[in-house]
Design a protein. Structure first.
Length: 492
């Protein structure tokens, strides 16, 4: 992945600073609770939600198991429909391909549909370095771009901003990017939306090159699908003469009929709508309709490495609905910036360390950015067991071990700073495999329980700094069973 966010402090330090920002916490609490409640009502309308969820999981798992075949099928279908397919192994290669394609048109400006993949690779910065100006057209992305900010939510990148802050950004920054905001602009939503609409309309009508991602790519037809709520995507996808779409290889679905499942689960899980107001689909190029030239850039950038992990690969099912963020108690309090990635929240805590590896301080800390409450799994429309992957990645961080990086099998070294945790886990393993030692330790702990501190000393303070140690019972369960049942059933 791009190194744009790497170099930030580890999650605990970044989150501690964010938690102290009362304005941020208020914005997040209001927004996430509102979206969460609306989503719950939208999902409750479907009696077959559980079946749709399982169907989405099965479709995604099937595609990932046969991804090599479906990728070839996508290339053949897109090419037959008049498009051109490019393969990008990493962010640098993808950025170079896109920049070269734009340069070949002779243009120096592009308009963009909201795209997590292009944020992941740092495309805007790469284009800027080559003299190409990329303009975000999604309202929330526009706010982030004008504010020289970073996205903090998958669905609502500017969720950390309130209306007053947005008004101030529009007033001070819009003029440098194009049409300025009205002098008397207020913070009412209608006025803010109108200011953005007028500002963007000039760019839509002038742009010759559009850049997008895709929510889905249908292998059997080569059709790309973008769902959105504002109409800016439809403008970017139809008005420019050249369209370049950067899409992660995991976005493929095998058949057209598979869209039936995801076009029900995605809008309800993301925007709490029965269907998205704008669902745009295109297959290659057509004379007299839409862009004359279409390029599809298929992006790996760590996805093949993730696919090699039997536990972690389920993260590639993600359809970027953001439902997990809106129910996560950690995200609600820390916000998205603390995750150091364009993928914040629970899904980011398992996706970023797999795409980027756990070599950096921030990535090694992300698997711990969770209470393991399981709320994220309960709302995931493709049943990603995020707690399972978090525990799996924690083991990788602490113990190291075999993994695949850059397509090569490697043995990862344990991350720094986990020696005490590693020693504790090894001691627990030793005790749990020796019943006699475990029984002795339990009895000793019970008999000395009045002497136990409420917090741990040394490295243990990191765990007990915000919680009391659980009280040790007066006697171990084994002794209680022996006393009350005379040992009956113990051998069994």
């Amino acid at each position: 992945m791009s190194g744009t966010f790497v170099g930030m402090p580890a999650f605990p330090r970044a989150a501690r600073e964010a938690v102290g920002n009362t304005t941020l916490r208020g914005n997040l609490r209001h927004a996430t609770h509102t979206i969460r409640d609306k989503r719950a009502r939208a999902v409750a309308e479907l009696d077959d939600w559980a079946a749709l969820r399982e169907a989405g999981k099965q479709i995604k798992d099937h595609t990932l198991r046969h991804l090599d075949r479906y990728l070839v099928q996508v290339e053949e279908a897109v090419t037959a429909a008049g498009g051109t397919v490019h393969w990008a192994a990493d962010a640098d290669e993808a950025n170079d391909i896109v920049a070269r394609l734009v340069e070949e048109t002779g243009e120096s400006e592009v308009v963009k549909v909201k795209s997590m993949a292009t944020q992941e690779i740092g495309l805007n910065e790469a284009l800027q370095a080559r003299g190409i100006h990329a303009y975000e057209t999604d309202l929330a992305e526009l706010i982030v771009q004008l504010g020289k900010d970073r996205p903090s939510h998958i669905l609502v990148p500017a969720i950390h901003r309130n209306r007053g802050e947005i008004r101030d950004i529009f007033r001070s920054e819009m003029g440098e990017w194009g049409r300025p905001a009205p002098e008397n602009l207020t913070d009412t939503p209608a006025e803010l939306a109108e200011a953005a609409r007028l500002h963007l309309r000039e760019k839509f009508l002038r742009a010759k090159v559009g850049i997008s991602g895709a929510n889905f790519v249908v292998a059997e037809t080569g059709t790309l699908v973008v769902v959105e709520s504002e109409g800016n995507g439809r403008m970017c996808l139809t008005l420019p003469e050249t369209l370049i779409s950067v899409v992660g290889i995991e976005k493929i679905v095998p058949r057209w009929r598979d869209l039936e499942v995801f076009l029900q689960t995605l809008p309800r899980s993301s925007t709490a709508e029965r269907m998205n107001p704008y669902t745009s689909m295109w297959t290659g190029t057509t004379d007299g309709d839409g862009p004359r030239t279409f390029h599809l850039v298929l992006l790996d950038n760590g996805r093949t490495d993730t696919l090699a992990d039997e536990v972690g690969r389920q993260a590639l099912r993600c359809i970027r609905c953001s439902a997990c963020l809106n129910v996560c108690p950690v995200y609600e309090r820390a916000g998205g910036h603390a995750y150091g990635s364009v993928y914040p929240g629970p899904i980011g805590a398992i996706l970023s360390p797999q795409l980027r590896g756990t070599g950096s301080e921030i990535d090694a800390s992300l698997p711990y950015a969770s209470s393991l409450c399981g709320a994220c799994y309960e709302v995931c429309p493709v049943a990603i067991d995020i707690p399972e992957v978090l525990v799996h990645l924690r083991e990788r961080v602490v113990q190291g071990g075999p993994a695949v990086r850059g397509g090569n099998r490697v043995v990862l070294r344990p991350a720094k700073g986990h020696a005490a945790e590693r020693a504790a886990m090894r001691a627990a393993q030793w005790a749990f495999t020796r019943p006699g030692a475990l029984r002795t330790g339990q009895r000793l702990a019970s008999r000395t329980r009045r002497l136990h501190p409420r917090t741990l000393p040394g490295p243990g303070r990191a765990w007990s700094g915000t919680r009391d140690l659980p009280a040790v019972p007066a006697e171990p369960f084994r002794d209680w069973w022996q006393r009350t049942h005379g040992g009956k059933g113990e051998a069994k």
